[in-house]
Write a protein that binds this ligand. Structure first.
Ligand SMILES: [Zn+2]
Length: 352
């Protein structure tokens, strides 16, 4: 039996402040033997981190150029690809939010050049994954296969400047790994799905450290380091498994259902967090522990906090299995219906 080809980033550095971020950037660009990097940024991330970095350290870099990205759609990906080809860039450095990084990552993958990732938010585990989310012509998000970054630099000072709800969403997305792994184990027991032990271990380990920490200040650097490590490992677990199983189960189906039915202005990880509570209850797990942890850090635990009413929540949970048919989870196992969904949501205090 052959082994899967697994791409894990060669460099992962947590830094504090622009000077250290700049020195690390110069070092990694040299290690990746790039002669002509292309910096891809968003308007906001450019002001926050990109411009200060290039102003202070640009002179130490090989001939670079920059491109500001407006949105995560096909047209922007094509723009990136054209620039890489026409100017002969041999490295793409993405600085920004998930959207900016996805366009940079996907464009680099299609042109076969290395990608160096500098996330300015820690709101989900897509910051280090082989997947890029790009909007299609109808404006719908599509998950497309890309490649893992060659390196990642995370500046904790920049992360701290982001809205706190982005950090809270990142915590929700990371804690969801435990629910996803429980679903994977259930699928192995009930429908004979194959578990990748190392992917499951990586995903679980990344999460438990954070759950067990007693820290209540989410801007605490030790806590942010744990969150960054966890989200990176979560992406690595998906790469090892070759799919999103280790980080996406029933709780993600619930979030996808909310997206399909209501298009709310919530962050992905906020919706996933409420999904974790509901799905942990359904499988008879310790949902109280998770709810207490979320409440302590002001992460959403109720329908109200997601901006929906009780019946809308019940409908979303019932619709959840249809968002990804073929992925067996606790929702399929209990054959979720409105009655059971309402019972779960009431018992956990997600609805009154
Ligand atoms: Zn997620």
């Amino acid at each position: 039996m052959g082994l899967n080809q697994i791409n894990i980033p060669r460099y992962f550095r947590l830094v504090k402040g622009t000077p250290e971020a700049g020195r690390t950037l110069v070092e990694l660009i040299s290690k990746l033997k790039a002669g002509k990097p292309l910096f891809i940024m968003g308007h906001h991330s450019s002001q926050l981190l990109g411009r200060p970095l290039l102003e202070q350290f640009g002179w130490e870099l090989p001939r670079w150029d920059e491109l500001i990205i407006e949105a995560n759609n096909r047209a922007q990906v094509d723009l990136v690809r054209r620039r890489i080809r026409e100017e002969g860039h041999d490295l793409v450095v993405g600085i920004g939010s998930g959207r900016v990084l996805d366009v940079a990552k996907y464009g680099a993958a299609l042109e076969g050049v290395n990608f160096l990732s500098m996330p300015t938010l820690l709101s989900h585990d897509g910051i280090c994954s082989p997947v890029a989310v790009i909007k299609d012509e109808e404006g719908r998000n599509r998950s497309l296969g890309a490649r893992m970054p060659s390196g990642i630099i995370i500046d904790l000072e920049t992360i701290k400047k982001a809205p706190l709800r982005t950090i809270r969403a990142g915590i929700g997305d990371l804690v969801s790994n435990l629910s996803a792994i429980a679903d994977w184990e259930l699928a192995a027991a009930k429908v004979g799905e194959q578990i990748d032990d190392f992917a499951a271990l990586t995903s679980k380990t990344a999460t438990i450290a954070l759950l067990e920490s007693k820290i209540t200040d989410i801007t605490n650097e030790t806590f942010l380091s744990m969150l960054a490590n966890g989200l990176i490992l979560s992406g690595v677990a998906m790469e090892i498994a070759g799919n999103s199983r280790p980080s996406s189960g029933s709780e993600h189906k619930f979030s996808h259902a909310l997206d399909e039915l209501y298009r709310l202005p919530n962050l992905h990880g906020e919706q996933v967090a409420v999904g974790v509570i509901l799905c942990t209850y359904l499988r008879g797990g310790d949902w109280q522990e998770i709810k207490e942890f979320f409440s302590r850090l002001a992460i959403p635990t109720t329908a109200k906090q997601l901006g929906i009413g009780a019946e809308e929540l019940v409908q979303a949970l019932v619709h959840a299995p249809a968002t990804r048919a073929g992925r067996y989870t606790i929702l399929e196992d209990v054959k979720i219906d409105a009655k059971l969904a309402r019972e779960a949501a009431r018992a956990t205090g997600v609805i009154d």
